[in-house]
Design a protein around this ligand. Structure first.
Ligand code: SAM
Length: 472
């Protein structure tokens, strides 16, 4: 029985409910009256149900689809301004006991180079990341209770936070590790993590079991119920995602929104972020072996509809996507992107050779962080390295309250400018610094509250004098 409030995976991600939703969406995809009424409902900015959003996804009427894109752009501007938060993934270990058929870290892969960073190596990676200008990381690891126990992950988090190299610091560590116990989530919370990220991969149980034939990840319910355990363990920012290409995208889209509805119904707060990865070529993985790949247009439509359906949830695009695709979807509601990523274990301090490749997948955007920052500013976006919210305790429902109170422009906007200023002074190339300074000058006028604007100006001057880590 479909029940968003249930704690049982098969109730809140209910297969029959998804099938009925898809049938309803298909039956109504040309029902322009209904579609117009859903678009009208979306304009209230309170989000859309999985059913309504699925009808919009099925609709192919050009005029309506353009309206959806325009609405997504508007929401992006109203809720997130022109800020884009930057982060980098840090791979700690690719030892893994699972059998995920799309991932080269699967246990049967005997030729990929297995690596696990020592604390000394973590330090080198973090220094390399700090020297680029990164302040926010997402740590990644395979699932292996012997090689990567929770104590190892906790040690790495402590090491990462402890390193202060020149003016550098990692101020927020998000964690993307396999589903685990409430007790372990509590330990992660105590270690000071930001968001706990776990991709569902696919919401389709039967496919899920086939795609994860062996290892602890085979257990669909344990994986799907992980966010509830994370929240029980005190983590209030969780990040959802599906790996597009594994199953029919319409099924995944409905499942993703049902998961968000479930978190809201049970915990009173929806997901902090949603990621939209697509399968990429990797060591022994050929993406064309998967039948459900989506083209760039469909991908853009999914991004736009996520923005409309869950306006307060951040959306993340990684370097799996090319510059061209990122350019297209950034306008449609993306709030965070990674930059200068390495998907190998230890790839930042020393680039890997062909022979000792430990990478999880090929990246499509190989630009440096400086190039990414420059590119964002050319498109009139503010690259932000802000990590203030979670350090000020503005997580979970408190973050949502900030979004809803429209104070973002007096808080996140100046914080973006202050962290950009740090980046420009410490790491930017002369050209990036030049256009960055101009952008900051212009964007100061967009802080509505005069007091906040004045404080921001004073703090920018303090950064020039050498002070760091100032935030609202
Ligand atoms: N092992 C953890 C887990 O099971 O969730 C950590 C996550 S893994 C390092 C990060 C994510 O990369 C996976 O959740 C998966 O969605 C994605 N991934 C795996 N293989 C991929 C591929 N070939 N192309 C693109 N993304 C991939």
């Amino acid at each position: 029985m479909y029940d968003p409030k249930s704690l049982k995976a098969e109730d809140f991600i209910n297969h029959e409910e998804i099938l009925e939703t898809l049938e309803y969406a298909e039956a109504n995809k040309n029902n322009l009256e209904l579609i117009d009424s859903i678009i009208k409902k979306a304009e209230d900015r309170k989000g859309l149900s999985h059913r309504d959003a699925s009808v919009l996804l099925a609709c192919e009427d050009e005029e309506r689809v353009n309206k959806m894109y325009a609405l997504a752009e508007q929401f992006k501007k109203d809720f997130y301004g022109n800020r884009i938060v930057l982060f980098a993934p840090l791979y700690l270990s690719n030892y893994c006991v699972n059998g995920c058929v799309y991932c080269p870290y699967h246990m049967k892969n005997k030729h990929i180079c297995r690596k696990k960073l020592t604390q000394e190596e973590v330090k080198k990676e973090v220094i390399a990341l700090q020297d680029m200008g990164h302040k926010r990381l997402a740590i990644e690891a395979g699932e292996d209770p012997v090689n990567n126990p929770i104590e190892y992950i906790l040690d790495c988090i402590n090491t990462i936070y402890s390193i202060k190299h020149k003016n550098g610091a990692i101020r927020r560590v998000n964690v993307n590790i396999a589903a685990t116990t409430v007790e372990n989530y509590r330990k992660l919370k105590e270690a000071g993590i930001g968001t706990y990220i776990l991709f569902q991969e696919t919401y389709h149980k039967e496919s899920y079991e086939k795609l994860h034939p062996t290892g602890p990840k085979h257990n669909y319910a344990y994986h799907t119920e992980a966010m509830d355990r994370a929240m029980e363990g005190g983590i209030d920012d969780v990040g959802l995602g599906v790996l597009f290409g594994l199953e029919l995208y319409k099924y995944e889209f409905a499942g993703l929104l049902m998961h968000a509805e479930h978190l809201e119904a049970v915990h009173g707060v929806g997901p902090h972020t949603i990621s939209v990865p697509r399968i990429k070529r990797a060591d022994d993985i050929d993406p064309s072996a998967f039948d459900n790949g989506i083209d760039d247009e469909t991908f853009a439509k999914i991004c736009a509809l996520i923005r409309i359906a869950v306006p307060y949830t951040g959306m993340i695009i990684s370097t799996r996507e090319s510059k061209k695709v990122r350019e297209k979807v950034i306008h449609l509601g993306v709030s965070q992107i990674s930059g200068a990523s390495r998907t190998s274990v230890g790839g930042y301090a020393e680039p890997e050779s062909e022979e000792d490749n430990s990478a999880q997948f090929d990246v499509s955007d190989n630009r440096t962080l400086d190039e990414v920052v420059h590119w964002l500013m050319e498109m009139k976006y503010i690259p932000s390295f802000c990590t203030a919210c979670y350090r000020e305790g503005r997580t979970g429902d408190r973050f949502m309250a900030l979004c809803k109170s429209k104070q973002i422009q007096n808080c996140c906007h100046p914080n973006a400018l202050l962290t950009l200023k740090e980046y420009l002074n410490d790491y930017a190339s002369p050209d990036t610094k030049r256009i960055g300074e101009e952008l900051i000058k212009r964007e100061l006028d967009n802080i509505p509250n005069p007091k906040a604007r004045e404080t921001c100006e004073k703090r920018l001057a303090l950064i020039d004098e050498g002070t760091r880590d100032l935030y609202f």
